[in-house]
Design a protein around this ligand. Structure first.
Ligand code: ZN
Ligand code: ZN
Ligand code: FE
Length: 764
């Protein structure tokens, strides 16, 4: 019998996920001695015993790891056996570089769920039940290592029973930092909107009863407050809309289980898997003919559903069988409330009651939003349950900070093979969001021990993220063009190097010629790009105002083609309805390009067409006109196989798409009285053709066959699918986002990868 000893280092997400108790039990099973300890580099296991037992142990380590662990590397070193008498769990070391990866917040696990509804369990109906496999993580963390004293649970003293679980290596709650019970842990109460105590006991039952009526409740969740109401009651949902000042933007709905989800929406197996995944994101699903209030997502065929993810959610659904609106606790576009005093101040006017508790949230973290495209996940917002877990990229990276964009901001830090994309910070247009941005950058640096040597930023001089980056003292900086960042992010996800053809379609991105880009074709590498094609420029009358009022974009397109005759075009509703003075002023502005930045944005072309067709002249949220046009086009169906004309000058250095014929042919369709849906579909098909033709010409010129699709416009599933299919039909290799969103939430990743690559090749 041969004895040996191995010191094994396990890297990855192995802290706060029940890894040490798992190792302890595994070592016991094979009669091994030694110890397991959390270190800044990861978990270190020192085992000795029979050689073949150690072999089996090593296999078990990989194959039986706890559900939340993500092992990214195991290395081991043989040592001399010491004759150690037992197996111990050691205590954390704080020295050295911390590479241990903080885990994300996780929905309640099946074991805890069983206990929650077991009348004999001491945590029966306890809203804060958790174990090492589930519960809050990132949102309660104040510092590393992930130990109770550095979380917001530090104010609750463990009772003897909880302490015993916490100390017992064989227990499911061994070192479960948020461990708690009704005796020692946080408590839930129901208050009125002035903060007065309504129900100290039976808070959940009372809350459920209030929700069944038409009341609006603020419910404190994992990463912030939700506003909840009965999703079947039009009056309640309409009331919430009014109070929240949110006209049309869809609300998310929480359903009690997958069966209920299938009652209201079409559900594929992949969609069901995402709904029930431990991250519990909001999943965008095709709505069925059903009883859900129309006000939830007006004019939208899709609806965002999620399953309960905290014990408190499950307890609410024990007493109600209706689905609940669960929308972010904020007023219109403000950041979601997560601190109690702020929540009472901001939500007091909206919510009738507050279902709250005294476990503090330390990091605001919005719900993640996702959907399925071609049987795989296609993210819309990467946040709670996903961040701060890093993406593992097939490349070695330095310590870099990328500050992201302005809308849907995320930032990204890199180190080793990890890209830590932050949770959704929001639109960086007010002081509060900027402060949150700065605070979270600081927190991530601390959590992952990253001290950036290089900062990447967008060229837009007015982005607050850019201003922040440029003001950082004593650190090298590199600018990354907005659409290049979009494409580089997509490349990085798929581990692409060399060059690709990039199609970046979005609303707004600062171009290097000072104009607003957004309908861009790039020949791109990870360090640089060439703009090889784009939509023609049109005036954007009133600048940002034209984003809120798509009819202005239609005016821009009409003026571009018809000059002074633009106002006499037939069949355009807004031309006959708008005040002549207003149109006259607009014309003067466009004639002299005053407050009319030129744009090549594809998002704005969608807006213009939507306004021309009369779908929408004003929007209440970003992208609304395009969303509604997509919905309309879907109704036209596939039988429409004609397109509008456009012109590309094949001899030019830069392939510019002349869209004038698109506009004039739409006008003649309108004059003929063609159905809006048909025009909308024909337009989608036209954009498909534009992309394919331009990519074919680019392939002939550059010999490149790989195409990356990125930018917020590719959240239009009809367009994405048309373009994707068309490219494949022409034998292109097509890459779409999978790990990060196609919208501006994904550009921090692209910036970070470009900065790293530039540094590696000596470009900065
Ligand atoms: Zn659990
Ligand atoms: Zn306790
Ligand atoms: Fe963008």
């Amino acid at each position: 019998m041969s004895l040996s000893r191995q010191v094994i280092l396990v890297k990855g997400i192995v802290q706060g996920v029940g890894f040490r108790p798992f190792v302890y039990q595994l070592a016991g099973r094979y009669g091994l001695k030694g110890q397991v300890i959390n270190t800044p580099e990861g978990v270190v296991i020192d085992v000795e015993g029979k050689t073949e037992s150690i072999d089996k142990f090593s296999i078990g380590l990989k194959e039986e790891a706890p559900p939340l662990a993500r092992i990214e590397g195991i290395s081991s070193q043989p040592m001399e056996p010491t004759g150690c008498p037992d197996f111990k769990i050691g205590y954390s070391e704080r020295a050295g570089t911390v590479e241990a990866l903080v885990s994300t917040d996780v929905s309640i696990c099946p074991d805890c769920l069983r206990e929650l509804f077991d009348p004999t369990d001491r945590r029966y109906r306890y809203p804060f039940i958790n174990c090492t496999n589930c519960g809050p993580r990132f949102t309660i963390i104040k510092d590393v290592p992930y130990d109770r004293e550095y979380t917001t649970m530090n104010v609750f003293r463990l009772c003897p029973e909880c302490q015993a679980e916490y100390d017992d290596p064989a227990d499911r709650r061994f070192h479960a930092q948020p461990n708690a019970c009704p005796v020692c842990g946080p408590k839930v109460v129901l208050r009125d909107s002035a903060g007065g105590l309504v129900a100290p006991e039976n808070a959940v039952i009372r809350a459920a009863a209030l929700l069944k009526e038409k009341n609006i409740l603020a419910v404190k969740g994992l990463g912030g407050y939700h506003l909840a109401c009965n999703a079947l009651d039009d009056e309640a949902v309409g009331g919430l809309r009014g109070r929240k000042h949110r006209e049309d933007k869809p609300f998310a709905v929480m359903v009690r289980n997958l069966e209920q989800a299938a009652e209201y929406c079409h559900l594929s197996s992949e969609e069901a898997r995402l709904l029930a995944s431990p991250a519990r994101p909001i999943v965008l699903l095709k709505k069925k003919e059903c009883l859900l209030a129309d006000q939830i997502a007006p004019g939208n065929a899709f609806i965002g559903l999620m399953l309960p993810y905290t014990p408190l959610h499950y307890l609410l659904f024990e007493h109600i069988d209706i689905p609940l609106v669960m929308t972010s606790g904020n007023l219109s576009d403000e950041p979601i409330a997560y601190e109690d005093p702020d929540a009472y101040m901001r939500l007091g006017e909206i919510a009738d009651y507050f279902l709250v508790h005294n476990r503090e949230i330390n990091h605001r973290c919005d719900d993640s939003v996702t959907r399925v495209y071609r049987d795989e996940e296609y993210l819309v917002r990467r946040s709670r349950g996903y961040s701060p877990a890093p993406l593992s990229l097939p490349r070695e990276m330095g310590q870099v900070l990328a500050v992201g964009g302005e809308q849907k901001n995320t930032f990204c830090l890199t180190k080793g093979r990890h890209a830590f994309i932050s949770h959704h910070i929001g639109d960086l247009e007010n002081l509060e969001t900027l402060q949150a941005f700065e605070r979270e950058v600081g927190m991530y640096k601390k959590l992952f021990h990253i001290e950036p040597e290089l900062v990447a930023y967008d060229y837009h001089p007015e982005y607050l993220s850019t201003k922040y980056a440029l003001c950082l003292p004593g650190i090298e900086k590199t600018g990354v063009q907005h659409h290049h960042a979009h494409i580089a992010g997509c490349m990085a996800e798929h581990g692409l190097t060399g060059h690709v053809l990039g199609v970046a379609f979005d609303g707004t991105g600062f171009g290097q010629d000072g104009s607003i880009w957004g309908g861009e074709f790039l020949y791109a590498s990870l360090t640089d790009f060439q703009r090889i094609g784009h939509l023609n420029y049109v005036p954007m009358p009133g600048g940002a105002q034209a984003i809120r009022e798509p009819w202005r974009m239609a005016a821009g397109y009409l003026y571009r083609q018809y000059g002074k005759a633009w106002r006499s075009q037939k069949g355009v509703k807004f031309l006959s309805e708008k005040n002549g003075m207003v149109l006259g002023t607009l014309e003067e502005m466009m004639a002299q390009w005053i407050n009319c930045p030129p744009t090549s944005s594809m998002g704005r072309l969608f807006d213009a067409v939507a306004a021309l067709v009369g779908i929408r002249e004003q929007v209440n949220y970003e992208g609304q006109a395009a969303v509604e046009m997509e919905q309309l086009a879907l109704r036209a169906g596939e039988e429409v196989n004609i397109t509008y004309s456009y012109v590309i000058d094949e001899a030019a250095d830069v392939l510019i798409i002349d869209s004038d014929p698109v506009i004039s042919e739409i006008l003649s369709d309108l004059a003929k009285g063609d159905a809006k849906a048909v025009i909308a579909y024909k337009f989608h098909r036209t954009v498909q053709d534009m992309v394919i033709e331009l990519c074919l010409q680019a392939r002939a010129r550059y010999g490149e066959n790989r195409v990356c699709l990125s930018g917020g416009v590719f959240q239009n599933m009809l367009l994405l699918d048309l373009v994707h299919r068309g490219l494949i039909r022409n034998n292109f290799e097509v890459f779409v986002h999978r790990l990060a969103p196609a919208n501006d939430g994904g550009i921090s990743l692209g910036q970070a990868v470009v900065a790293n690559e530039r540094r590696k090749t000596g470009c900065v």
